[in-house]
Design a protein around this ligand. Structure first.
Ligand code: WTA
Length: 654
């Protein structure tokens, strides 16, 4: 692993304790936090049982807490019954019926407000529409939607009837959508006539049609939400409009009580090899993590307005938009468009307009907006803000300090939250009223999360600042249950080392002298582009699928705004272009990858060579390619290279 250069990392020493006012009013104070940690450390299952009883409403109480008999296929609360949608909506109707659950703003400035009572009606009638189309508990439903309240309604409606949703991010291509539909064996696709972004229509329905034309035998029905009103073809017998589907449905729908372990959703994520993995989450354990962290880390209280800018196509949009904030009865903001329309002040204007109190976004967005200057945020009243968050990749101290000063006016704690699609909810993050923050560190593990940094043999690394594998030592309720249809891959991916004793996160990390965690990056070949995990393998296979390409290798290159940009080395079947440059072909290949996977996976740079650097055993030397992509001097031993003469080509010198 690439942790041996850790000593050269600049140690960041600044510390920012929460201000008194925040600390005084926070849900969790120092005493409470100490008690939670103590409880979790002395009575692990008792701790989780208490949280599950306090945070969730159960239809049938559980008596089992953690079942380890089939480890690492763990289960939690597995004799209890629950409904996630009931917990997110119905239980708030007694005292919050007229409170806004959702504040929505479209890119063109159209706004709408959905109270808990409205949400209950809309989720129920859509749930009834799903049932009318034959969807039953356990059926899979793929959701390919713009970032509108209907995406959340569709997710909640599935949860209400026990259907398992799988949201596919609207930026994914038809081919990616088809693969995910087929892997999940989905019976229904919910999409829209389009989305609105950057002043243009995102053609979701045509991508969906293309996906289905490519062969999705399990799909029986398609429901199409009308967002843009532009003309799209509807296939008779298969497609129906959302508004027609709900037209005659009752707005009351008894929740389907499911076992705590009933799968709530699948969410596909990149791995280092092969096809995307369908990360399978449970109902109760997942919701517990979501509710707990929205309460503890985001400190959500009755008068908060929470805006998490993530799309529901990613895990962050599941846990901190569609489920968690609603589970704790909060108000969420949803925005459909781009952050720079009509200008880079859009986020800040929306914070002023909707009096957002808690704001959660990604370092890549912070860096992009920071670059455009302080005049945008300074033009708006951001005084409603009291807490800021970041997620998705390590945040560089410069961006952290800007976020702290220019957005938070030095009074808002920043919660840098480390977690993953697989963990379901925040794992390592500051409790904002207690833990002093350090720019670039996600600080300490939450109560009940036994995180550690270990060496190759699985021993805890006690020496400060020495890098190692980030692991979670004990199973926890919100963790993934398996990879859909592939228990073996689940075991191989997350429990490949240390005799299966710990969950292997796939990140490297170090702990400083205060026990703070610092994430160093992925240990495998997954890229982190704008906070999204992309497998190098997938991009390489997409490139190699083009008729002109023989072979490709993809590496990440640090990028000011995106975190990492994608650098591809391509070997063509025919002649290498003169000087290794062919702009026309580069454009073609970029678009090709965009079609195969989606625009976010397009390589930023492509360099053509006659061959790829390989070890004698045929492994691509990615570390070398990374060095070259970064324009750094090659210091590693290249004598084992099969074909050392290609170095000049790879470096763009020949
Ligand atoms: C990275 C997103 C540093 C990490 C919720 C992890 C982070 C991967 C942070 C998961 C953070 C996420 N600091 N790195 N605060 N948050 N990461 O599945 O490499 O899209 O393993 O989940 O993002 O990405 P995923």
């Amino acid at each position: 692993m690439s942790s041996n250069n850790i000593e050269s990392v600049l140690i960041e020493n600044r510390q920012f304790p929460p201000n008194d006012e925040f600390a005084k009013n926070a849900r969790i104070n120092a005493e409470k936090l100490a008690a939670l940690h103590h409880h979790a450390e002395t009575d692990y299952t008792g701790f989780w049982a208490q949280q599950a009883n306090e945070m969730l409403d159960w239809h049938k109480p559980f008596s089992n807490v953690l079942d380890e008999s089939n480890a690492p296929l763990y289960s939690w609360f597995n004799d209890g019954e629950i409904n996630v949608s009931y917990n997110c909506i119905d239980r708030h109707l007694a005292d919050k019926a007229d409170k806004n659950a959702i504040i929505f703003e479209g890119e063109q400035g159209d706004t709408s407000f959905i109270t808990y009572k409205d949400l209950h009606q809309r989720v129920s009638s859509f749930a009834n529409a799903l049932k009318a189309k034959g969807i039953k508990s356990g059926d899979r439903v793929v959701i390919y939607m713009p970032m509108t309240p209907e995406a959340v309604i569709a997710m909640q409606a599935c949860a209400r009837i026990g259907a398992i949703h799988s949201v596919v991010f609207g930026g994914f291509s038809a081919d990616s959508l088809r693969d995910r539909i087929n892997d999940a064996g989905a019976k229904m696709l919910i999409t829209a006539d389009g989305g609105q972004r950057g002043g243009k229509i995102v053609e979701l329905k045509s991508a969906a049609d293309k996906a289905l034309a490519g062969g999705c035998p399990s799909i029986e029905n398609v429901i199409v939400y009308q967002r843009t009103q532009h003309d799209i073809p509807m296939q008779a017998g298969r497609d129906s409009w959302w508004h027609d589907a709900v037209a005659n449905q009752s707005d009351d729908c008894e929740p389907e009580w499911v076992n705590a372990e009933h799968p709530l959703f699948l969410l596909y994520t990149s791995g280092s090899t092969g096809k995307p993995k369908g990360i399978q989450h449970s109902s109760a354990g997942y919701l517990l993590g979501a509710a707990m962290t929205n309460s503890w880390v985001f400190d959500l209280k009755d008068d908060d307005v929470f805006w998490c800018t993530a799309d529901v196509g990613w895990i962050t949009g599941h846990t901190y938009v569609a489920y968690g904030p609603l589970a704790v009865g909060s108000t969420i903001v949803i925005y459909e468009g781009a952050p720079t329309v009509p200008d880079a002040g859009r986020f800040w204007k929306m914070i002023e307009d909707h009096k957002v109190t808690v704001f959660y976004t990604a370092p890549t967005a912070i860096r992009a907006l920071m670059k455009l200057g302080d005049s945008y945020p300074n033009a708006y009243d951001l005084s409603s803000l009291r807490l800021l968050g970041t997620v998705g990749e390590p945040i560089n101290p410069e961006a952290w300090i800007w976020y702290h000063k220019v957005i938070g006016k030095e009074k808002c704690p920043i919660v840098d939250t480390w977690w993953q699609t697989e963990t379901g909810s925040n794992m390592i993050a500051p409790i904002p009223g207690v833990i002093a923050t350090k720019p670039g560190s996600c600080t300490k593990a939450l109560p009940g999360i036994i995180a550690d940094v270990v060496d190759d043999d699985g021993n805890s690394i006690t020496e400060a600042n020495r890098g190692g594998y980030l692991v979670i030592r004990k199973p926890f309720p919100s963790m993934l249950r398996t990879i859909w249809g592939d228990d073996q891959r689940y075991k191989d991916t997350y429990y490949p080392k240390f005799d299966g004793r710990f969950y292997l996160a796939g990140d490297s990390a170090r702990k400083d002298a205060d026990g703070y965690f610092w994430i160093m990056g992925r240990i495998d070949d997954v890229l982190n582009v704008s906070g999204h995990r992309l497998g190098t393998m997938e991009i390489e296979s997409a490139l190699a699928a083009h008729e002109l390409v023989a072979e490709a290798a993809v590496v990440g290159k640090p990028h000011e705004v995106k975190g990492e940009s994608i650098f591809a080395y391509v070997v063509l079947k025919g002649e290498r272009p003169a000087g290794g440059v062919d702009e026309e072909l580069t454009k073609t290949l970029r678009n090709w990858v965009g079609e195969q996977i989606g625009a976010i996976a397009k390589p930023d740079e492509i360099r053509y060579s006659d061959n790829l650097p390989k070890t004698r055993s045929g492994k691509i030397m990615r570390r070398l390619l990374r060095t070259i992509a970064n324009g750094e001097e090659i210091t590693s031993d290249t004598s084992t290279l099969e074909n050392e003469s290609i170095l000049d080509q790879l470096q763009g010198k020949a």
